[in-house]
Ligand binder design. Structure first.
Ligand code: G1P
Ligand code: ZN
Length: 544
């Protein structure tokens, strides 16, 4: 088998965003596009020769083809062994688990997460490092820099590998192990949660749940876990077959895109728990019977109840949340006397805190929750965490959430997304807000008084690296906040995200619809940023 050195020309647009390189499929299908980026990864890693790489994706269109290309490139670049998901299927959390358990030098995960798939949808490549987590900024910057000068890549001339069932193959001197990743992932979950207690709950006849895998990667994991191992009836998992176009849906577990699940949980004879995950299985949305659990609250509730879960009952080192995530978890951390960290958006910022043992749990408002068990957020882990809490407390999701608010107060929270707006106008909106910073403090906006306004900057407490311009914040004297950010994962124009938060300590005032509780702040945000003028939109695309 020959190793080919192929001449290529660089592409100017291979800068990874919040979570890897994410582009339309048609962009990835350009001649040499994928190869350039993959070669740039190898060229910027030290000492990986002879070592193990983990590879797989969320099953979206172009996944299998990309895997075959990457296998041949890995062989040509001297990788010792590749562990690849059977049928190309590997959820992001399972990939993180496999990287850690096999001391791999890293992993390549093919996913555009919650973005739509299919020939007209998106594709993505994420590189994870040896701790199992997303490559930090210095690594992604080096990969991007390399992609700007690349002029050749290496590829083994070889036939495609059969990915359809587990097995072992040779590609040149490299070994390819095709693995069913459900097993190692399940084992890890069994080590953290009380499976007997959850089994009892799911077979008691009094508790029903519905898991929506949205025709994305979690289907096989969820069926094996909930229906086979934990005794839930067949049919508990819906949309469980991974499809290349996710059945035409948008595999984003929120109230808009997971509307089928929402209709079930808010309909007649609703189950007790509903959960959905995203394209690559790292997100989770938790619903109770006619009840939505805000992801920021979910992090706080998980933190407050972690002592009920075997893997966490020995205590938590600390908790971290992304800046736009509500401050609900901060209140629990204070009560528990543990550290609390506020990081920029994106899971990669949690890696150092987890590695240094500063935090045990992490979460983002964008339906992401996870812990030190891996270095990614983990959708099914969050479902198991909730099931374990429900089983241990014998209470409904609504009871658990409302009693949490009674103890800690309620952080009313909402996020409003304006998707695919004109990019220049979105940047203008952000620039205008930034230029208004000096005159903001002390200003009255409606009944609120501005305490501070800034562009969030983060200094990593472990390695001292600094991430600037991570979102415009307007903080009010009563602790309420409005945050504006532009998405780093969208592929069409710009996506403006507006995050709103207020705090209600009074137990008698905690059962409002957040849209009503936050109505004044929503109006202030619209006015201060002139959202209609700059986005040309009357209302957001998605409200959470
Ligand atoms: C979004 C979320 C962010 C998450 C990321 C990857 O990024 O807001 O919390 O880490 O997807 O799942 P954004 O599009 O806002 O840059
Ligand atoms: Zn995802």
């Amino acid at each position: 088998m020959n190793i080919l050195t192929v001449s290529t020309q660089s592409f100017s647009d291979q800068k990874p965003g919040t979570s890897g390189l994410r582009k339309a499929v048609s962009v990835f299908q350009q001649l040499h596009y994928l190869e350039n980026f993959i070669q740039s990864i190898f060229d910027t890693q030290d000492g990986y020769e002879g070592k193990t790489l983990v590879l797989g994706g969320d099953g979206r269109y172009y996944n299998r083809q990309a895997i075959q290309t990457i296998l041949k490139m890995a062989a040509a670049n001297g990788v010792g062994q590749v562990l690849v998901g059977c049928k190309g299927i590997l959820s992001t959390p399972a990939a993180s688990c496999m990287i850690r358990e096999n001391q791999a030098f890293g992993g390549i995960i093919l996913s555009a997460s919650h973005n739509p798939g299919g020939p007209k949808g998106d594709f993505g490549v994420k590189f994870n490092i040896s701790n199992g987590g997303p490559a930090p900024a210095d690594v992604t910057e080096a990969i991007f820099a390399r992609s700007q000068t690349i002029d050749t890549y290496k590829q083994l001339e070889a036939a495609d590998v059969n990915l359809d069932s587990p097995g072992s193959f040779k590609l040149g001197s490299m070994t390819v192990e095709v693995i069913d990743s459900v097993k190692p992932y399940m084992k890890l979950m069994e080590s953290l949660f009380d499976f007997d207690q959850i089994h009892q709950l799911l077979t008691s006849g009094t508790f029903r749940m519905c898991i929506d895998s949205m025709h994305a990667v979690t289907g096989p994991y969820a069926r094996a876990m909930f229906e086979q191992r934990l005794g839930a009836p067949a049919g508990t998992v819906i949309a469980g077959e991974p499809l290349e176009d996710f059945g035409g849906g948008h595999p984003d577990p929120n109230l808009v895109y997971a509307h089928e699940l929402v209709e079930i949980l808010f309909g007649d004879n609703a189950p007790d728990l509903g959960a959905a995950s995203d394209g690559d299985g790292d997100r989770n949305m938790i619903l109770g019977n006619h009840f939505f659990v805000n992801p920021s609250d979910s992090l706080a509730i998980i933190t407050a109840n972690a002592h009920l879960v075997p893997g966490y009952k020995q205590g938590l080192a600390g908790v971290a949340r992304s800046m736009p995530t509500s401050q609900a978890a901060d209140r629990v951390a204070k009560h528990l006397g543990i550290g609390c960290y506020e990081t920029p958006t994106g899971w990669k910022f949690f890696g150092n805190l987890l590695d240094a043992g500063k935090v045990t749990l992490c979460g983002e408002e964008s339906f992401g929750t996870g812990s030190n068990h891996i270095r990614e957020k983990d959708g099914l882990w969050a479902v198991l965490f909730w099931l374990n809490i429900i089983a241990a407390r014998s209470e409904s999701i609504e009871q658990i959430a409302t009693s949490h608010w009674q103890t800690y107060g309620r952080n009313y929270y909402s996020r409003r997304d304006y998707e695919a707006v004109e990019s220049d106008r979105a940047h203008e909106l952000m620039d205008r807000l930034r230029s208004a910073f000096p005159e903001m403090p002390g200003k009255k906006l409606g009944s609120y008084e501005v305490e501070y306004s800034d562009d969030f900057s983060y200094t990593d407490p472990v390695d001292g690296s600094v991430a600037e311009s991570q979102g415009v914040r307007i903080g009010f004297t009563d602790g309420s906040r409005i945050v504006f950010r532009l998405s780093g994962t969208g592929t069409k124009g710009a996506t403006l995200r507006v995050y709103l938060e207020s705090y209600e300590p009074d137990g008698a005032k905690q059962n409002l619809d957040p849209q009503i509780a936050l109505a004044d702040l929503i109006q202030i945000a619209d006015e201060v940023a002139q959202i209609k003028t700059f986005t040309g939109r009357d209302k957001p695309t998605v409200i959470t």
